[in-house]
Design a protein around this ligand. Structure first.
Ligand code: GLU
Length: 284
């Protein structure tokens, strides 16, 4: 599908939506409407241990309540593991990824602090073949990490890549942005427990779904740097990025699930209408 303007809202069903999500979804939806384009919903549920069907159902209901419309059914990432596997196999065959045997405990802190597993900036490389064989023989689990060193060789340098930012990064970055994959380091592309990880799934889906614009919070600005490299390695098109500011509460804190931000459900139960909320968030 090649639409002139196609964007998405891509929540993970790990909890209920709050104002921050509503703001993000409305930003993408409104932009699509303004451009005469299309808006879709994508459910990012590769992490089956944290995602729940009831959260997915609530997301759909809350977004519909908010007045959003999208093509049905929404793409659910867990239905497309074979697509991510094929992309990973391609990178494996070209030796652009390597096995990483760091223990769960060692990487847990990273995953906890960055839900996208992105900003660890670790750079390593494959183990010595002998060591790797021994660990494989023992049945030790491993993740697949992107080798920035190999990517650099493959692409003839990483500095040649850039992307268009029509919104702004957290530091106000906009315009043509030179990709800085070193910010993310050798990111995990396939988690030990899942066989895939956020960046790989997103890049594959954005391409498969023909996304022309990626509109999302600026907390994911650094992710665009990593995703740009993956697009280049996999021969996929690069969408235009529009990162938006993060909504903050009266105390200036960003809304977050872990801080128990008031959910759209709770807001609705207080008798607030979708129209009221859209107004409060600066839409309508
Ligand atoms: N699933 C991600 C999240 O819930 C968003 C991914 C994206 O927009 O690229 O934060």
């Amino acid at each position: 599908m090649t639409a002139a303007f196609l964007t998405r809202f891509a929540p993970s069903p790990t909890g209920m939506l709050h104002r921050g999500h509503a703001y993000s979804a409305l930003t993408a939806f409104t932009a699509a409407r303004a451009a005469g384009g299309q808006f879709i919903l994508r459910i990012e549920d590769i992490d089956r241990t944290r995602c729940r069907p009831e959260f997915e159902a609530a997301i759909v209901e809350d977004l519909a309540w908010l007045g959003l419309e999208w093509e049905q059914p929404a793409r659910r990432q867990s239905d497309h593991m074979a697509d991510y596997r094929a992309a990973l196999d391609d990178l494996c065959a070209r030796r652009l990824v390597y096995r990483c045997f760091r223990t769960r405990k060692e990487i847990a802190a990273t995953i906890e602090s960055a839900p996208h597993g992105a900003m660890e900036a670790w750079r390593g490389g494959p183990l010595e073949p002998e060591d790797e064989r021994r660990r494989l023989a023992r049945g030790e689990a491993y993740a697949w990490r992107l080798s920035l060193a190999a990517a650099e060789r493959e692409l003839g340098g990483l500095v040649v890549l850039d992307f268009e930012e029509q919104g702004a990064g957290p530091g106000g970055e906009s315009g043509r942005i030179a990709a800085r994959p070193d910010l993310g380091g050798d990111v995990v592309l396939a988690r030990k427990d899942l066989g895939v990880a956020y960046h790989l799934a997103v890049v594959v889906d954005d391409a498969l779904q023909g996304m022309t614009h990626v509109i999302r919070g600026c907390d994911l600005f650094e992710a665009a740097h990593v995703q740009r490299i993956l697009q280049a390695l996999l021969g996929l098109p690069t969408p235009i990025y529009r990162h938006h500011r993060l909504l903050t509460d009266a105390e200036g804190r960003r809304y977050a699930k872990r801080d128990r931000a008031e959910t759209l459900r709770e807001i609705r139960a207080r008798g607030v209408t979708a129209r009221d909320l859209r107004r409060e968030l600066g839409f309508d």
